[in-house]
Each structure stands twice: as C-alpha cells, then as structure tokens.
Design a protein around this ligand. Structure first.
Ligand code: 13P
Ligand code: SF4
Length: 347
C-alpha cells in the first residue's frame, strides 16, 4: 500500500496541472487523500466545470458524476472513472425507455401541465430528456429551490429517480402526502390508490430509491435515543420519509459535514448516511461522539469500487498517454443534458 501511495504521489507530481482528481465525500480514505477537491454532488459538478486547464479528470465517485463532469468540460478534456463498474443503483432505477413510456401516460393524463425534474443521480439520457422538455436537474443541496422553480413553470412535477428525496422535499415545502402519487416504472402504472388522487396531485414520484439510505429506519432512531436521550439524529434526505421526519436534521453530505463541524465538543450524533463519510467525521472530531445511525454501517458498494489499486491503475495509463475507462457522453445527449444542468445553475 505504501508503495502504491508513493507511486500515486509521484504520478500526480509528474502530471501537475494536467491532472485533476475530484473526490466525492463517500469515497474511501485511501482514495480521498489524493483528491484535489472534495465535495457533494453539486460542488463536484461546479468544480469539474471550472477545471479548464486539466487534460485528464480522474473522477473518484460514481458513473453519473463522471458523465456530468464530461458534459460540463470541453471535448479536449478526458474524464476517467477508475472502475467503470462504479455505478449507482438509484440511477439505474430509471432508464430512458421507461421514462418515454411513462411520459406518454403522463401526457395523456395531465396534458401539458407537467415538468420533469431529475436528481443528478441519473443517467445522461434522463438528464437530456429533462433538458428537452423544459426541465432541470437538482441535487440534495438545492432540491427545495429547484422544486419551487419547477412549480413556477408548471402545475405538476415529475420527480425522478429518488422517490424519497422527492417526497421529503415536497413535504418540507408544505405539499400534502395525498397530493403526491408514485409512478411504478416496472409495471408502468401509478401505485396503489393513486388513481383517486390524480386530479389533485402536484408531484409524481418515480419509484426509485438509494439502497444505502433505505437501510436507515425509525427503529434505528428509537434505539439511539433510548441509549442516549441527548443524541441528535442527522440524516441524508435520500432516507425514507418516516426516517427524515423522525430525525432532528436532514441535509446533503456537505450540510452533514458543516453541521458536525459546528457542533460543540461533547455533543452526540447519530448520522444516517454512507459509512466512509461517517467514519471520517468520527476520526476528524474525536471530541464529538459520532456513530452511524444503523449499527451495520451501510457502505455504498459501488462508490467503494474505486480503491487505491484502481486509482493507481488509471493514473499509470494516463501517464503513458493511453487513458483507459474514459466516460464520454454522446454529443447530442450531452447538449440536451447541459440545458437541464444549466437551468439548475441559473435557477
Ligand atoms: P450529495 O453529496 O449531493 O449529498 O449526494 C449523495 C449521494 O448519494 C451521492 O450519490
Ligand atoms: Fe447511488 Fe446511494 Fe451510492 Fe449515492 S449512496 S451513489 S445514491 S447508491
């Protein structure tokens, strides 16, 4: 490992400004130590867009983030994902064929009253669809203003692919749960008794979720509070509605970090988000009592596919000027996806 770390340092110093390594907060310590910038999804999108001098962007995150970086950078810049299997199970829950199919039912039902909004945790093709239909992207740190913006455009919002972020954000804005309906993309129907609410519905939630954040439960919260009545529960808004409403605070990974940074020494926290971030916060603030909300820790297996050997392997290839694992979005899709992303930046 020491040998590998030294080699990464060596390659980084040889390549200098030609190389830029963004790292998401969920990445492992062995990887994040080499990141030139760390951030949540929104910050990493902005940082990638501004890294204009870098010929190679070796993205330590998951596939949709690398796609977004490619969309936001020039054609001359190459975006590399150290392991192409580092996808996102949530992004995989919405494919463009399902969306086209859903859209025709939605159009039939609601006419031209719906605007599509997609969480950045989605494929470039889904983002392009949103761009093409007047919609936008959003992240967990701007979900509320983006939903407000969407309602300034149309009476209804199709929110995809994360039903939980959609429901949590809409509820926070005062929209009643009865005014949200769930679309099942596998069966191509509205879920449950939604048909009775279609007329009054304002938000159509795509039935997708994050397999990591769905593992946090109300029972976990109760167990933590029983053990320590002074504990504060801090969760990511990809957690289910009941968990977010029972928690004390919810927010993006960046908000979680800021909250812990400002917390007084001696305070107790149970955090409902990916394991690497929770562990890192615990190490960084030993005087604060920090634990995972779920004792099983909850790793994001796909984020974890980016490890030191894969990082080094991709950097060696860059050094040889023979880059591997390039993520390149089709130009027509990239152009429309960019519209959706730019609407987010300027909303
Ligand atoms: P943020 O970093 O934007 O909060 O996103 C969390 C996440 O799940 C990334 O995949
Ligand atoms: Fe996707 Fe969830 Fe992993 Fe984020 S934590 S990359 S949403 S599976």
């Amino acid at each position: 490992d020491v040998q590998m770390m030294n080699r990464v340092k060596e390659i980084k110093s040889v390549l200098g400004d030609r190389l830029f390594i963004p790292g998401h907060h969920y990445q492992k310590d062995e990887v994040i130590q080499f990141a030139d910038a760390t951030g949540d999804s929104l910050q990493l999108a902005k940082i990638s867009a501004s890294a204009q001098e870098a010929e190679y962007i070796v993205f330590c995150g998951v596939h949709f983030m690398a796609e977004t970086a490619d969309i936001l950078t020039s054609n001359a810049q190459k975006v590399i994902l150290p392991d192409l299997r580092a996808g996102c199970s949530m992004a995989d829950m919405a494919n463009i064929h399902q969306l086209e199919r859903a859209w025709s039912v939605i159009q039939e039902q609601f006419g031209d009253t719906v605007i599509p909004l997609t969480y950045v945790n989605s494929t470039a093709a889904i983002k392009a669809f949103c761009g093409r239909h007047g919609g936008a992207t959003l992240t967990s740190s701007n979900a509320e203003p983006m939903l407000k913006w969407a309602f300034s455009q149309k009476a209804r919002v199709l929110f995809l692919p994360d039903q939980h972020l959609g429901r949590n954000t809409a509820a926070k804005m005062g929209i009643a749960l009865e005014d949200m309906v769930v679309w099942n993309p596998i069966r191509n129907v509205f879920e449950g008794d939604a048909v009775h609410h279609l007329e009054t519905s304002r938000v159509i939630l795509w039935k997708g979720h994050c397999s990591v954040h769905e593992k946090f439960t109300v029972a976990n919260i109760e167990a933590c509070r029983e053990e320590d009545p002074n504990i504060t529960i801090l969760v990511h808004p990809e957690c289910p509605y009941e968990v977010v409403t029972h928690a004390d605070i919810s927010g993006s990974t960046q908000k979680i970090i800021e909250t812990i940074k400002q917390a007084p020494d001696g305070s107790s926290w149970a955090i409902g988000t990916e394991m690497n971030l929770v562990n890192r916060l615990r190490q960084a603030y030993p005087k604060k009592h920090i634990r995972s909300l779920n004792p099983n820790m909850c790793p994001c297996l796909t984020m974890n596919r980016i490890d030191l050997p894969h990082l080094l392997w991709s950097l060696e290839a860059v050094l040889q000027e023979q880059p591997i694992n390039i993520v390149q979005v089709d130009e027509a899709i990239a152009t429309e996806a960019l519209q959706a992303i730019e609407r987010m930046f300027s909303a």
